[in-house]
Design a protein around this ligand. Structure first.
Ligand SMILES: NC(=O)C1=CN([C@@H]2O[C@H](COP(=O)(O)OP(=O)(O)OC[C@H]3O[C@@H](n4cnc5c(N)ncnc54)[C@H](O)[C@@H]3O)[C@@H](O)[C@H]2O)[C@@H](O)CC1
Ligand SMILES: Nc1ncnc2c1ncn2[C@@H]1O[C@H](COP(=O)(O)OP(=O)(O)OP(=O)(O)O)[C@@H](O)[C@H]1O
Ligand SMILES: [Mg+2]
Length: 364
């Protein structure tokens, strides 16, 4: 009896997750069987190539700089300069027009030296650089930092918060305020890396914000599940757990990274399992966060241009952005691996982003 009710619960979950129909009584045998077949996983798989084709804008000579997207990455500190670079350069390689980085003063020259394409703002401060100051001076510095970021905020189509941010308390306090301003301005935010450390400890920062996307890796997901659901990772019901977590955080979108990426906005759940590579070099999550930012921006543009009259599913731009970003990164990783095998590095994967998108969605 117990086993039977567990099966029924699972069927109903799959039916809800797939949007096959209502879960209240009267589920037809056919629909139930359809959902049961999906337990093998394949039908939760998103049609990522179609989504990529649908949301990637055509290259039109009448468009001006900025229309294909302006993104900003908030990250980069004494320890980490690679992560914000990977996220920001990936956004450009996919097709965004402008990519900014807001980082600490000493990370900035390093990041600038990786690439002249990035617009790097050396604005953030860590505790060590304000340790001699009193509370009033610290408040003054915080408000100067906020004013500097606010000058740009409304121009951004999306912000990525966290790659290589570090965990310094003064810096994170300041980034919380940046996040609040982004939310007040309705700027979508992709939260990754140490940004997830910050929001896991202050979930109100993003709770109930439908334009927030969280992209946890295995450790970050574990911490989030422990904090929000007071439980451990459930690999048996992985899809259901991601769905519950997204719903519990008030309809943010979660992309749980792993062998399959699982994506949910608390309403539906989808996976991306295509392509991928066996190389697990650091930095692939950073490529993903920059990619999701671009695709999310394009999906929002498309939805507003067509006033919602478009035929792709799902219809939530954050879901579309996650599916497209995940599939593209995984395709680039698989092409890089074909070529470089064990020596594949994140910079090699970035070099394949353009070709991967071209294969799926040719420029002309
Ligand atoms: N070149 C760079 O500057 C890079 C900086 N990064 C930044 O580094 C900071 C910390 O990120 P992490 O991803 O290390 O934080 P995590 O909390 O995920 O990882 C911390 C520890 O967990 C281990 N770990 C990672 N994945 C695991 C898995 N699948 N199973 C078991 N253990 C695992 C790691 O070896 C590491 O020691 C972030 O700000 C991140 O953005 C990373 O993005 C990697 C590249
Ligand atoms: N076991 C796996 N098999 C195939 N692909 C994987 C696997 N694990 C992760 N990936 C892919 O790599 C991407 C990055 O995931 P990962 O868990 O490495 O992120 P991360 O730890 O945040 O990376 P970073 O080093 O940039 O911080 C995911 O989007 C996923 O598609
Ligand atoms: Mg990461």
């Amino acid at each position: 009896m117990l086993a039977l009710s567990a099966v029924l619960r699972r069927q109903q979950f799959l039916i809800r997750a797939l949007g096959v129909g209502g879960s209240h009584g009267g589920i037809s045998h056919h629909r139930t069987m359809q959902a049961v077949k999906c337990m093998s996983g394949t039908s939760l798989e998103a049609d990522a190539d179609s989504i990529l084709r649908a949301i990637t804008p055509t290259l039109d000579r009448s468009r001006h700089k900025g229309q294909a997207g302006k993104v900003a990455v908030v990250g980069g500190c004494r320890e980490y300069t690679g992560a914000p670079y990977f996220a920001a350069i990936s956004a450009l390689k996919i097709g965004a027009d402008l990519s900014h980085v807001f980082c600490t003063k000493d990370a900035a020259p390093v990041i600038k030296s990786y690439s002249p394409e990035l617009i790097v703002h050396p604005v953030l401060e860590e505790s060590y650089s304000v340790s001699d100051l009193g509370d009033e001076d610290r408040r003054q510095i915080t408000s100067e930092i906020l004013a500097e970021v606010d000058k740009w905020m409304e121009r951004f189509d999306c912000m990525v918060i966290g790659p290589g941010l570090g965990r310094d308390p003064f810096l994170l306090e300041c980034v919380s305020k940046i996040m609040k301003h982004a939310r007040e301005s309705n700027v979508p935010i992709v939260i990754d890396g140490d940004g997830l450390f910050l929001v896991t400890n202050s979930i109100d920062l993003i709770s109930g914000y439908p334009l927030a996307v969280l992209t946890p890796n295995v450790n970050e997901y574990k911490r989030l599940v422990q904090k929000v659901l007071s439980s451990d990772i459930d690999d048996q019901d992985a899809h259901e757990q991601v769905l519950s977590l997204a719903k519990r955080i008030g309809g943010v979108t979660i992309l749980r990274k792993g062998k399959s990426d699982i994506i949910s906005d608390g309403e539906i759940v989808q996976s991306v399992s295509i392509y991928g590579s066996p190389r697990r070099c650091g930095g692939q999550g950073d490529i993903l966060s920059g990619s999701v930012a671009v695709f999310l921006s394009w999906a929002r543009q498309l939805i507003s241009a067509t006033e919602g009259n478009f035929t792709i599913s799902p219809t939530n731009p954050t879901m579309l952005g996650c599916i497209a970003g995940s599939a593209l990164l995984r395709k680039a990783a698989s092409l890089a691996f074909e070529n470089k095998k064990r020596s594949t590095l994140t910079t090699d994967i970035i070099e394949y982003l353009g070709r991967s998108l071209e294969d799926i969605c040719p420029a002309s």
